[in-house]
Design a protein around this ligand. Structure first.
Ligand SMILES: C[S@@+](CC[C@H](N)C(=O)[O-])C[C@H]1O[C@@H](n2cnc3c(N)ncnc32)[C@H](O)[C@@H]1O
Length: 249
């Protein structure tokens, strides 16, 4: 009876009714596989602005909508509060996180620096070995041509590219201060090196976000954050999307 009622609602001409019924239907189905669906009535799932940005970005791969939302929201807060400094990212790939971050800031006067090997991941170490059943990273995974990322981000003249293995090119921005740093390199060593470089250069009120903290596939990124902040005053705040956040006092 319940499923007939839900079936009828899923075909309702009322979009709100239809959306809720579809959400209920898929929620029941994915739960059988130990998966979870976000609620249909969460604000960010309805946001016109984010929907427009997803349409503008199109089908190219990159971080999923929930993580785009969090990054976008944090960048908007940093911009609105006028936290001084540049912004930076380690791990760019096609540039999707960069796109959402720079759209949220909407500030061509603020420099953005992106660091990537554009040759994929570096070699995984002992800290990066995932639990049984999860695929381990291989050197060169998820590699994208620099030109592809440059062309996707060509609309942002304030975005500078630093191709190379982290931390090789950090020295070129050693004199800068940072309001927001996004780290998404999946592995222990480049995450550790990014924290060691950027943390002392953060402005008060700035934020560091890691895309990889809560993923069973990226134990090294979590280890790097936990180690680095173990004896520092900041908390590493885990976000249910898999990201984590550190607010700099
Ligand atoms: C998961 S992808 C980044 C995804 C991107 N933030 C997005 O929005 O889709 C990880 C990126 O980190 C880069 N990377 C991994 N290890 C690196 C290292 N040691 N040095 C430089 N870049 C690295 C890879 O080339 C890859 O582009």
């Amino acid at each position: 009876m319940v499923s007939i009622r839900n079936f009828l609602k899923r075909h309702s001409s009322d979009p709100v009714r239809r959306r809720k019924a579809l959400n209920k239907y898929f929620e029941r189905r994915v739960r059988r596989h130990d998966l979870h669906l976000y609620k249909a009535h969460l604000n960010w799932t309805l946001s016109d602005e984010l929907g427009e940005l997803h349409r503008e970005w199109g089908d190219m791969p990159g971080i999923p909508p929930d993580r785009c939302y969090f990054l976008h929201a944090m960048a908007r807060l940093i911009g609105d509060r006028q936290v001084p400094g540049d912004t930076a990212e380690c791990g760019v790939r096609f540039g999707k996180s960069t796109f959402f971050l720079l759209k949220a800031l909407n500030d061509p006067g603020r420099a953005h620096h992106v660091f990537d090997s554009f040759a994929g991941l570096s070699e995984a170490g002992a800290a990066d070995q995932p639990m049984a059943g999860i695929k381990a990273w291989q050197q060169g995974d998820i590699s994208v041509e620099e030109q592809q990322a440059r062309s996707n981000l060509a609309r942002f003249p304030n975005c500078s590219f630093y191709k190379g293995w982290i931390p090789e090119r950090f020295g070129e921005v050693a004199e800068r201060r940072f309001a927001l740093v996004h780290i998404d390199v999946d592995l222990y060593e480049p995450t550790r090196d990014a924290l060691a470089f950027f943390h002392p250069r953060m402005s008060p009120g700035g934020a560091i976000i890691c895309d990889d903290y809560g993923f069973a596939s990226c134990p090294g990124a979590k280890a790097a954050f936990d180690e680095f902040f173990q004896n520092r005053p900041e908390y590493v705040v885990p976000i249910p999307t898999g990201q984590c956040l550190v607010l700099v006092p």
